[in-house]
Design a protein around this ligand. Structure first.
Ligand SMILES: CCCCCCCCCCCCCC(=O)CC(=O)SCCNC(=O)CCNC(=O)[C@H](O)C(C)(C)COP(=O)(O)OP(=O)(O)OC[C@H]1O[C@@H](n2cnc3c(N)ncnc32)[C@H](O)[C@@H]1OP(=O)(O)O
Ligand SMILES: NC(=O)C1=CN([C@@H]2O[C@H](COP(=O)(O)OP(=O)(O)OC[C@H]3O[C@@H](n4cnc5c(N)ncnc54)[C@H](O)[C@@H]3O)[C@@H](O)[C@H]2O)C=CC1
Length: 308
């Protein structure tokens, strides 16, 4: 592992802007971006993954993304760009030990696989290990924050911090408070979001929060249109880009987000709200997922991609 090791001091106060040491659990699409933007803002990050090989991939993806940011920010001064990349990477420490990783954390942001049982197991362990002042947040797309927090003894210091993909580019952060999230925690989340350059909006702990509650029915309807044979995936994508001004069409976005994640969301919501036709399962998506076709990350989804 070549992430640098950083010495840090423990902050006891959770007052506004007190967050300096952040632990991000999960270094996939989202966790790597969250770690990156946090480090870009000058904060110390410990990034936890399941093993050293995955950490290496995470490190490479952060380096690639930082190079894109540096190219834009330091167009006329590449040497400053190199310094920015080195300093930002220097603030990120990799770890495969979730327990040790939270001992000095002011804030823990969880971005692991979208599965309630796995998230519960993780948060139970972290709750026992982290100082009582440490704030916990989940980046879940579709699960209830209250349900995730239910296994901890810090429900007042628990909320949702929902980022958007790609994290270094998308400006929005949804801050989700449950009925038990304290005002102090909520304020600390809002201040932290601002400190890492995001525009924060607040939402109650309702399925999909704001963006996904609107995005999922739209994307699912696009798939139904394709499954009925009304139009091809390519034409639907072109239509929504050129006719509605979206940066990506629904099939491109689905492949970008990851079909395993979107399929999981839809199945979970269908189970919870079986009477709602918006969340009926989608046969083409189920088939692709069962074949291991998860979109860009696996090389194929609704479209085929060159393997990197
Ligand atoms: C279909 C069935 C569905 C069933 C139901 C399930 C639905 C599930 C819904 C969602 C599930 C979960 C998702 C979630 O919780 C929330 C989300 O995140 S939703 C996704 C939100 N994101 C978007 O909508 C992305 C839309 N796309 C874009 O904005 C652009 O296409 C994108 C920025 C990705 C790429 O832009 P483009 O112009 O095409 O390409 P460029 O390569 O030129 O990039 C432009 C610009 O951005 C910089 N950049 C891009 N990526 C990165 C990166 N990773 N790191 C750093 N910088 C990056 C790039 O350098 C360019 O910068 P310039 O200065 O312009 O050169
Ligand atoms: N993909 C997207 O566009 C978005 C996803 N989300 C949410 O973010 C979370 C993560 O999603 P992605 O990054 O897309 O998934 P991903 O599959 O890209 O990454 C998840 C990572 O977590 C790691 N992991 C799994 N269990 C772990 C554990 N116990 N400890 C440490 N690491 C562990 C995996 O090795 C993997 O690298 C999910 O809850 C998802 O719903 C939120 C916003 C957008």
């Amino acid at each position: 592992m070549s992430f640098s090791v950083i010495k840090r001091s423990f902050s006891t106060s959770m007052a506004k802007n007190a967050i300096k040491n952040v632990t991000v659990i999960g270094g996939g699409l989202m966790g790597s971006g969250i770690a990156q933007v946090t480090a870009q803002a000058g904060q110390n990050v410990t990034l936890v993954e399941v093993n050293a090989d995955v950490l290496k991939k995470t490190e490479t993806s952060i380096a690639t993304s930082l190079a894109r940011v540096a190219k834009k920010l330091y167009k006329d001064k590449p040497s400053d760009g190199e310094k920015f990349v080195a300093e930002t990477r220097g603030r990120i420490k990799g770890s495969t030990d979730p327990i040790a990783s939270v001992k000095q954390a002011d804030l823990v942001v969880e971005a692991i696989i979208e599965n309630i049982d796995i998230k519960h197991k993780l948060f139970k362990d972290l709750d026992a290990a982290a100082p009582p002042t440490t704030l916990f947040a989940s980046n879940t797309s579709s699960l209830s924050i209250g349900e995730i927090a239910s296994v901890t003894n810090r429900k007042d210091r628990f909320g949702g911090l929902h980022f958007f993909n790609p994290v270094p580019v998308m400006k929005l952060l949804e801050v989700i408070r449950t009925p038990e999230t304290s005002d102090e925690t909520y304020q600390a989340f809002m201040a932290w979001g601002k400190s890492i350059g995001k525009v924060c909006i607040t939402c109650k702990d309702t399925p999909g929060f704001v963006v996904n509650r609107l995005l999922v029915p739209y994307m699912a309807e696009a798939v139904r249109m394709y499954e009925r044979g009304d139009a091809s995936a390519r034409d639907i994508d072109t239509a929504m880009k050129l006719g509605a001004g979206y940066p990506m069409g629904p099939f491109e976005l689905n492949d970008y987000v990851g079909l395993d994640t979107t399929n999981f969301i839809l199945e979970g919501w269908h189970k919870k709200m079986p009477e709602n036709p918006l969340f009926e399962p989608l046969e083409s998506m189920k088939k692709l997922v069962s074949e291991g076709k998860f979109g860009i990350k696996s090389g194929e989804g609704y479209y085929k991609y060159d393997k990197k």
